[in-house]
Ligand binder design. Structure first.
Ligand code: ZN
Length: 329
């Protein structure tokens, strides 16, 4: 395979803190020999495990970037053993535009793995993670939230994996992150996900959904900050004692967790996040958006459990995910 066009401006094997960029050449109308500059920070102190922490895989999710910006400034290399690689705004063009996908190529980075060194800008970013950053890591954290169209209860998640020793390591890392909720997560559309790419390389992987609506809250950012620090302690990279609080463990066993709209209209949430719902009970209602007098359509939960995610915008389209119900373990 051809080499990646991305050049890091920081060393990966020197002690200390190095702030810089992953420079990706991107020739365009307003900059003939221009570049996409993806911020990166590498903090190293001697031998030890490597953690790779990312945010901004989707550009409209903010807890990850906020927690990682502060971590990159606060982490003292003298207090760590090993290395922490921090990329707070992984799909930088999407982050800069405040959108889920890249305005350059419409690329959804989390559906672009393993990527390509000769593909689109988003595919080139995926390829650099796939072949350069992930292989350096022992433990990988990728922080997501709901973005502009979904909102989530704050949770860390681990996936069910064929290698049970790896699944146990991921579950232990998820518990160390210690979000208010911990979820054994089913992906509805896992092809091309960073999650799968990292897990296929045998790494310990934790992902999160920490809020959403295209914004953050003091509480959701606090979950992200505590989780990153706890995870570094768990990995044996940072000294200190993890800050642990009770976490509700949830399961997403199959596709019945999801309720999708089959109508376009005005969205009425019938349940708040965290509310308990019985199978068959309505969780959302869709009203006509263009006439009075039409009966609304109710959409039911397809299993009993707790509402962990909801649709955000006031209007809903056919096919939108309106709610996700997870069961208590
Ligand atoms: Zn996301």
């Amino acid at each position: 395979m051809p080499p990646s066009p991305i050049q890091p401006t920081v060393p990966f094997d020197e002690d200390g803190t190095h702030h810089g960029f992953l420079r990706l050449p991107y020739s365009r109308d307003d900059s003939a020999w221009g570049s996409v500059m993806i911020p990166i920070c590498v903090i190293r102190n001697g031998e030890g495990p490597t953690a790779l922490f990312t945010g901004g895989n989707h550009g409209d999710e903010y807890e990850g970037p906020l927690a990682l910006q502060s971590l990159a400034r606060a982490l003292d290399p003298a207090r760590i053993s090993g290395r922490v690689i921090i990329v707070p705004m992984m799909n930088y063009p999407a982050f800069a535009a405040g959108t889920r996908t890249s305005p350059i190529d419409a690329g959804n980075l989390n559906r672009s793995f393993p990527g390509s060194p000769t593909g689109s800008v988003t595919q080139k970013i995926a390829d650099y993670f796939q072949r350069h950053l992930v292989p350096m890591a022992d433990i990988v954290l990728d922080m997501h939230s709901g973005g502009r169209t979904l909102d989530f209860l704050p949770f860390a998640a681990a996936h069910i994996l064929p290698d049970k020793a790896q699944e146990d390591a991921c579950t232990a890392a998820m518990r160390a992150f210690n979000a208010p909720y911990s979820v054994r997560m089913l992906e509805i559309d896992s092809a091309g996900m960073y999650d799968d790419a990292v897990e296929a390389q045998g790494k310990t992987f934790v992902t999160t959904e920490l809020g959403g609506g295209g914004m953050s809250t003091p509480a959701s950012v606090a979950v992200a900050r505590k989780g990153t620090r706890n995870l570094l302690i768990h990995a044996g990279i940072l000294d200190g004692t993890p800050e642990l609080a009770p976490s509700v463990e949830l399961d997403m066993p199959d596709g019945d967790c999801f309720t999708f709209s089959e109508a376009t209209g005005l969205f009425e949430p019938l349940l708040a996040l965290g509310a308990r719902v019985e199978k068959g009970a309505p969780l959302a209602r869709v009203w006509s958006a263009d006439r009075t007098g039409a009966a609304p359509v109710d959409y039911a939960a397809r299993r009993s459990g707790i509402l962990v995610s909801r649709h955000v915008p006031g209007l809903v389209k056919t096919g939108d995910c309106m709610g996700v119900v997870a069961t208590e373990l």
